[in-house]
Design a protein around this ligand. Structure first.
Ligand code: C2E
Ligand code: CA
Ligand code: CA
Length: 849
């Protein structure tokens, strides 16, 4: 048995209370602190000696406040009480207050526990949910189990799920959009594990199965132990801006890929209508005459586009015409009543369109190039989203148009005649090609071949510059007489080709009108120059199926008009065999001339542009017929090409020229090289390679001393043998020269297809070189191209010193032209040569070596 006195119960309780982790404060019936344990000392940050015996209100005011606030009848109450310690630190304590009656007196016992951390967490969540309830971003809070613990209203609005459906689901179930593949989900999980906030753009599916683009800011919240507790996810719907971004990207790609401008515009419209289904989109261009031209409006009926086409812009021309006119956006919320739509509302009556908002497309220069319009099926104006879309689209339209304009400008240089600004022969050929391909069955296309009567007389008697001005005026009159969709091109010299839509009647009437127009004399330098013209007309499809036949027949009809005295026109007819007969005769005569070796070669010298040294000569065919007289090679070569005689001429010319070069070698005429023209037809014959190599052997000539001049026809030839033959000839060591460069397609990519050694700038550019900046630009460009590809550049048709100086300044390599000499017979050439070499290089430029 224990000898020690029985334990004093009070003492035991006091000792036990001292040990408890919770703070314990006991107040006596007078409200004075009578007990204050160690935990209480730590909680309040005061020594018990400072509080014992003092009134609660002074010593521990927080508790006193709770006491006062506590309902008298409540025996017990629990509250969270903020405590300010003497050292200034704060905490939140959860205080359980008990009143204990002992007899007729009451003591109070407060048990307090530090809950600062819990309180902070709870408070944050409260604030968060307050904030989350207000924000329009979707908020989702996941528990540590990654299941949804909370979603706000915006979230349920955005995704269409009800809150009850969401709670307890795994977050990733919700992100089961199309792109949220397994991989995406795993990636998201990994990123969440990293306990760092991150952003994702996700493609999610809403309750109705619609896919949305959302921006998710994902904030995993770490617990004290480093594990992830809650994850707070903030979602914004970026479907619209994402669509816009994709639209921009796709359109830019189309622009970069050089898609035609109307296709780019159609793409823009279609995409806009896909992302803003309430909108009908249209893009119009404003042309040089300030008229509206539809570029794209895929959802507007065709009759609207047709009706709008050509409408001049103005101060009250619907939304678009007015926007283009004012240079600022025009919002018409009700086209029924708006005065701007007075003249147009009837047209749109059937479309269901009620409102239209149009913005001008401005280029970098500030110029209005077109309009971009939104049509609405209800009376309304644009939304903020619409404004955003339009801003983006205006930029895209501007880019597309500027790029297109830049390309057009380049194309104009390559495709237009430098003197008259009309489309050139290349452009003509392309257009004919397109028109014939696009012609509907039964649709007629007319070809007018127009040749100025006695133009040669003007040129010869009054000079080229007067001739040129006459041509410019004629071109202007032709253009003025025709509709914009009709094509007028300068075919060459004083020849123009016009392509018209419509039947014979229109062609005949127009031809008559053109002749009439041209008959009014042109005044140049105070002189009245008559300018009559003869026109021949051929009709597609009746007179031919392809451009060559059609042009040939129009040409034949033109000759017919000429032989009728000029200033008139003729349709091509089957019986129209005047020319055909002449051709037949001429063809027979040519055949005979070849057989009898009546063709001759003349040689035109080529000299070094800087040193003046003789570099070579071009062999040019000549034919003088006993009855027809001198027939120009332009004529008989074309004839030979048509009648199959060209092969014989080519073979003869190569042999003749090579033989001449060898003869000159023996005679001490040091001619480094000779150039021979071959037609494209030759290259279809693979035997040409053999023929060339045999000829060189026969005359014991180095292949390098022979240059063969080819035209783009060889490169363009659909027959692959042509390119092969050209390559094989180059393999022999023979040089290839690209003749008439700058007139045809002259595409650099074609140059790359053939091993060319030399470029000959077409002589047409020389004539314009002095006064025409385009011609200067072309010549400069050709020389630069040649230099950069290490090609020798020959300028032919050089007639004047100033042309020579211009070329020398650009470091052109070789000159050929009347300035140096015309084509000369072999005997003439020899004396020219001896004379030239004996002179002290008279053509050298000052300062040139
Ligand atoms: P091409 O090959 O471009 O020949 C240059 C033409 O320009 C020659 O006309 C020449 O006389 C002319 N020319 C030279 N310098 C000047 C100048 O300073 N001013 C002017 N206004 N003209 C100048 P040509 O001899 O009448 O030859 C015309 C075309 O006939 C040639 O143009 C060529 O395509 C073709 N041709 C000539 N000979 C032959 C040949 O043997 N075979 C083939 N296939 N074609 C030939
Ligand atoms: Ca030539
Ligand atoms: Ca040429």
């Amino acid at each position: 048995m224990d000898e020690r006195p029985a334990l004093d119960a009070e003492g035991v309780v006091v000792a036990a209370l001292e040990q408890v982790l919770d703070a314990i404060v006991v107040a006596d019936p007078d409200g004075r602190v009578m007990f204050f344990n160690g935990a209480a000392e730590r909680t309040w940050g005061v020594d018990r000696a400072e509080v014992i015996g003092r009134p609660l209100g002074q010593a521990l005011p927080e508790l006193a406040a709770m006491l006062l606030g506590a309902n008298g009848d409540a025996a017990n109450s629990v509250a969270e009480v903020p405590i300010l310690r003497p050292d200034g630190s704060r905490l939140v304590a959860s205080v359980a207050l008990s009143r204990v009656r002992i007899g007729d007196r009451t003591i109070q016992i407060a048990v307090a526990r530090d809950v600062t951390d819990d309180a902070r967490g709870r408070n944050e969540l409260r604030l968060l949910s307050l904030a989350a309830g207000e924000t329009d971003r979707g908020v989702m809070i996941l528990g540590a189990d990654r299941r949804v613990a909370y979603v706000n209203d915006a979230f349920t609005r955005m995704l269409g799920y009800r809150r009850g459906e969401m709670i307890g689901r795994t977050a990733l179930e919700i992100f089961a959009g199309r792109s949220a593949s397994e991989a995406t989900i795993r990636r998201l999980e990994r990123r969440m594990d990293a306990v760092r906030a991150f952003n994702e753009e996700l493609f999610v599916r809403d309750a109705s199965g619609r896919n949305l683009w959302v921006h998710a800011a994902i904030n995993p919240i770490a617990e004290k132990n480093g594990e992830i507790g809650n994850i707070v996810v903030l979602l914004s719907d970026i479907t619209e801006s994402k669509h816009l971004q994709i639209l921009q990207r796709d359109v830019l790609e189309a622009v970069a890929n050089d898609q035609p401008v109307d296709e780019v515009m159609r793409l823009i419209c279609e995409r806009v209508e896909a992302v803003a289904p309430e909108v009908i989109c249209s893009v119009l261009r404003v042309d040089g005459e300030r008229r509206l031209r539809p570029l794209a409006a895929p959802s507007l009926p065709d009759y609207i586009n047709k009706a709008v086409d050509g409408v001049p812009i103005g101060p009250a021309v619907g939304s678009c015409g007015t926007a283009a006119y004012r240079g600022e956006p025009v919002v018409v919320t009700d086209i029924e009543t708006d005065p701007l739509w007075q003249d147009f509302k009837a047209l749109y009556a059937q479309t269901g369109i009620k409102a239209c908002w149009s913005s001008p497309i401005k280029l970098g220069s500030g110029k209005v190039a077109g309009t971009f319009a939104f049509y609405f099926r209800e009376k309304r104006g644009p939304s903020a989203w619409h404004e955003q879309v339009v801003q983006a689209c205006l930029d895209l339209c501007m880019l597309a148009i500027e790029r297109h304009t830049a390309k057009e400008h380049i194309a104009r240089l390559a495709y237009s005649d430098t003197l008259t600004g009309l489309p050139n022969r290349t452009r003509l050929r392309e257009t004919i090609h397109e028109r014939l391909a696009a012609a509907a069955p039964g649709e007629d296309v007319a070809f007018l071949f127009l040749d100025i009567d006695r133009f040669k007389d003007v040129n010869d008697t009054l000079g080229h510059s007067v001739g040129d001005r006459l041509l410019v005026e004629i071109a202007r009159r032709l253009r003025a007489q025709l509709a914009p969709e009709d094509l007028v091109s300068r075919y060459g010299g004083d020849e123009f080709v016009i392509v018209l839509e419509g039947g014979r009647a229109r062609a005949g009437m127009l031809a008559a009108a053109l002749i009439e127009q041209l008959l009014a004399p042109v005044v140049i330098d105070g002189m009245l120059l008559p300018a009559s013209a003869s026109i021949g007309i051929s009709m597609f499809p009746a007179d031919g199926q392809d451009e060559d036949t059609l042009l040939k027949h129009a040409d034949a009809a033109m000759y017919e008009a000429k032989s009728a005295g000029g200033a008139t026109f003729r349709f091509y007819t089957q019986e129209m065999n005047g020319l055909a007969q002449e051709r037949l005769m001429l063809g027979a005569a040519l055949r005979e001339a070849i057989a009898r070796r009546q063709l001759r070669l003349h040689y035109q010298p080529q000299i070094d542009c800087l040193s003046g040294e003789v570099r070579g000569a071009e062999a040019l065919a000549r034919w003088t017929h006993p009855i027809f007289g001198e027939v120009s090679p332009a004529r008989f070569i074309a004839l030979a090409e048509e009648s199959g005689l060209i092969e014989a001429i080519g073979q003869w010319a190569i042999n003749e020229a090579a033989g001449q070069l060898a003869a000159w070698d023996r005679a001490g005429i040091e001619l480094p090289a000779i150039s021979v023209n071959l037609s494209a037809v030759h290259f279809r014959n693979p035997d040409l390679v053999q023929l060339v190599s045999r000829t060189l052997e026969r005359h014991k000539l180095d292949p390098e001393r022979l240059t063969i001049e080819i035209t783009e026809g060889v490169i363009m030839d659909a027959n692959p043998a042509a390119l092969e033959t050209a390559r094989a000839i180059h393999e022999l060591g023979v040089k290839l020269s690209l003749d008439d460069f700058g007139t045809g397609y002259s595409s650099l990519s074609y140059l790359a297809r053939l091993p060319i050694d030399e470029l000959k700038i077409d002589r047409g550019f020389m004539r314009d070189l002095e006064h025409d900046r385009n011609a200067q630009a072309v010549v400069t460009a050709v020389i630069r191209i040649g230099q950069s590809l290490s090609l020798s550049v020959v300028a032919e048709g050089v007639e004047t010193r100033s042309q020579q100086q211009f070329l020398a300044a650009l470091k052109c390599d070789v000159l050929q032209g009347f300035l140096i000499s015309r084509g000369l017979s072999p005997a003439e050439f020899e004396s020219w040569y001896r004379n030239y070499v004996s002179r002290t290089a008279p053509l050298r430029l000052p300062g040139a070596a």
